[in-house]
Ligand binder design. Structure first.
Ligand code: TYD
Length: 230
């Protein structure tokens, strides 16, 4: 039997979120991390926000269509919160409780960065919404994929092709610079939970950084490639 070169620390699944600006490569990195977890025989699910559950996907459609923007930043925040509430209750918590790892494309730091920093939504509203939606369910680890704005926007445009930019992709370059600053500040403020990853390199190099950081946090590495309980 092939043993995993790493040792799992507890029976509960781990909650890992990926954050970053447009074109930071989150979905590619999530896919690559999933492959590693599968190879290590660690049960996992991949999900995303806004969305991830049937109810939240409906709200996703509303928000990304630009409807939320018409309502203003506070109401848009409530829409993200409603989506998160459903997603957490119906998908994330049950998966973690069953011992599955959860890889989530965006989570509460997106609200902090997009609605808080860029939408100027007051911290009191953000905190209240966070209490209601996630309580103390913080991610165990958050990867903040950091890429210069020009590179990120180029990647996003290439991925989009001839399709129209969505609600947030359509914002101006200043918006994306401020977004990057917001994420870098979150990473600096919460070094225990967040790892800032240089995502300007090629996808395999970035994936190696992600895996190395995850191993450091959750696993005990072994000298040779053998499993060795610690
Ligand atoms: P998506 O197409 O998933 O973009 P990306 O590939 O960049 O993740 O669109 C999600 C958009 O919603 C993204 O621009 C960020 C925004 N968003 C918020 O503004 N607040 C939030 O709480 C979340 C989860 C996302």
């Amino acid at each position: 039997m092939t043993e995993s070169p790493v040792k799992r620390l507890s029976g509960r699944g781990r909650f890992i979120s990926f954050e970053g600006g447009e074109g930071s490569g989150k979905s590619t990195q999530i896919k690559k991390l999933k492959e590693r977890l599968d190879a290590a025989k660690l049960r996992n699910i991949v999900t995303r926000e806004p969305g991830g559950s049937p109810g939240a996907e409906i709200i996703r459609h509303l928000v990304l269509s630009g409807m939320g923007k018409l309502l203003g930043p506070d109401a848009e925040t409530l829409l993200f919160a409603a989506a998160r509430d459903d997603h957490v209750r119906t998908v994330i918590q049950p998966a973690l409780a069953q011992g599955s790892w959860v890889l989530c494309d965006r989570f509460s730091d997106s609200t902090r960065a997009y609605q808080g920093r860029l939408g100027r939504v007051p911290p009191a509203l953000l905190n209240a919404m966070q209490r209601v939606t996630i309580g103390d369910l913080e991610p165990d680890l958050t990867f903040i994929l950091d890429v210069p704005v020009e590179i990120g926007l180029k990647r996003a445009a290439a991925r989009r092709g001839s399709a129209a930019p969505d609600r947030f992709e359509a914002e101006d370059v200043k918006f994306h610079h401020e977004l990057r600053d917001a994420y870098r500040e979150i990473a600096a403020a919460e070094p225990e939970r967040c790892v800032l990853i240089d995502a300007s390199a090629d996808a395999n190099t970035v994936a190696s950084s992600v895996w190395a950081a995850l191993r450091d946090r959750f696993f005990v590495s072994t000298p040779a490639n053998e499993a060795s309980p610690a």
